[in-house]
Ligand binder design. Structure first.
Ligand code: GDP
Length: 359
């Protein structure tokens, strides 16, 4: 891994293993190499390729995943060396796979489809040279023509996906406009994947939102109507979980979904405070929020999973010292009173409150 990120190599690889598990793969081993520059041909050095090749044979490996994005050329060379029974891919392709397995709404499906097609476009060449190799010299040149045809097909597919997305979104915009006409505050839950957003939403609404100890259990935004203890009603929206090195194609594709966050009255940044990488995860989420330009919206930091924290007493004391932090356990319900108090006081400063309960 040529890791230039917040996460160290080991933590990033651990997360990659978790992602692979989420995608339904069984991880049998991992390795890394520190290089001044990645090898242009195979990303890792030729010596390392041999090492990987040996491990692949010994362990009967079917898939090799790189933590950083590898170029189409590198992919081709790696596949050539490792053999065609081995699938080589990168973190981006893996994340796209997971998203595609889990997309539930029409919009999410379209978005993932668009991101995948976009990702495939520069990688077409490799598919065809692969076929040419198999068929020998016979089809030489045919591949090139075919690549052009395929590229045209992919481009027109991208265009039609964009059009369809546009129409799905304009529907949703109308729905949002109607919603905005009724002054119910919308509260967005954001956070690193697995921080406990779905669990919190369940706790708040008594609803049965899928909560899993897996990355990206939540793909489509879910909105629940919640009555606060003071009788006021608001809408809580659970957005897609963030992760470091989120593929750019996906950020672009999910932009509209994420932009819903900019329409909210309050942003709750949910953090798994028991996680050893909590600080880096906070930074990764803040990075995406910066991009969405939502700093004008009031926000509150929710330190979740305090029941699991190494030293809950210190955590709670630290949260109390900070004005914008509430310490809770969405699982045990601990701290929920503080949570409601904090939200009610945030919202009090804010909006025209509706007195009536709106259907
Ligand atoms: P999301 O990806 O942010 O929606 O996270 P989930 O709500 O799916 O939660 C991820 C995992 O963390 C699940 O296994 C939850 O049961 C667990 N979890 C969530 N909140 C808490 C908490 O307060 N304490 C503990 N111990 N586990 C929690």
């Amino acid at each position: 891994s040529g890791n230039r990120n917040l996460f160290g190599i080991h933590d990033s690889l651990k997360e990659l293993a978790q992602l692979a598990d989420t995608a339904g793969l069984k991880v049998v081993g991992s390795t890394y190499q520190r290089l001044e520059h990645p090898s242009p041909k195979t990303y890792i050095s030729s010596g390392k390729v041999v090492e990987v090749q040996t491990a692949v044979r010994a362990l009967n490996v079917e898939t090799v995943i790189f933590d950083d994005e590898i170029s189409p050329g590198q992919l081709r060379n790696l596949e050539k060396t490792l053999g065609k029974q081995v699938r080589v891919c990168d973190r981006t392709a893996l994340i796209l796979d997971i998203f595609s397995q889990r997309a539930a709404t029409r919009e999410a499906t379209l978005q993932v489809d668009l991101a995948q097609t976009d990702y495939q476009l520069p990688r077409l060449t490799q598919m065809w040279s692969h076929l040419e190799r198999q068929a020998g010299g016979m089809v030489k040149g045919m591949g090139e023509k075919q690549i052009e045809v395929d590229k045209r097909i992919l481009r027109s597919r991208i265009a039609s996906l964009k059009r369809e997305l546009e129409s799905v979104r304009s529907h949703r915009q109308q729905y949002r406009d109607r919603r905005a006409a009724v002054p119910i505050p919308v509260i967005s839950l954001v956070g690193y994947t697995n921080a406990g957003k779905s669990t919190l939403l369940n706790k708040l609404s008594g609803a049965d939102v899928l909560a899993e100890d897996r990355l990206f259990a939540t793909l489509d935004p879910i909105t629940k109507r919640v009555e606060l203890p003071n009788g006021k009603v608001c809408l809580f929206t659970d957005t897609v979980g963030f992760i470091q090195k989120l593929p750019t194609q996906l950020v672009a594709a999910f932009r509209a979904t994420l932009e819903e966050i900019s329409d909210s009255s309050l942003i709750l940044h949910v953090v798994d405070i028991s996680h050893p990488m909590a600080e880096q995860q906070i930074k990764a989420v803040e990075g995406v929020l910066d991009e969405l330009e939502v700093e004008h919206i009031p926000s509150l930091c929710i330190w979740n999973k305090v029941d699991k924290a190494r030293d809950p007493a210190i955590m709670k004391a630290e949260a109390k010292r900070r004005s914008n932090v509430v310490c809770i356990s969405a699982l045990t319900g601990e701290g929920m009173q503080d949570f409601y108090d904090a939200i009610e006081s945030k919202l009090k400063d804010l909006l025209v409150w509706i007195e009536a309960v709106v259907p």
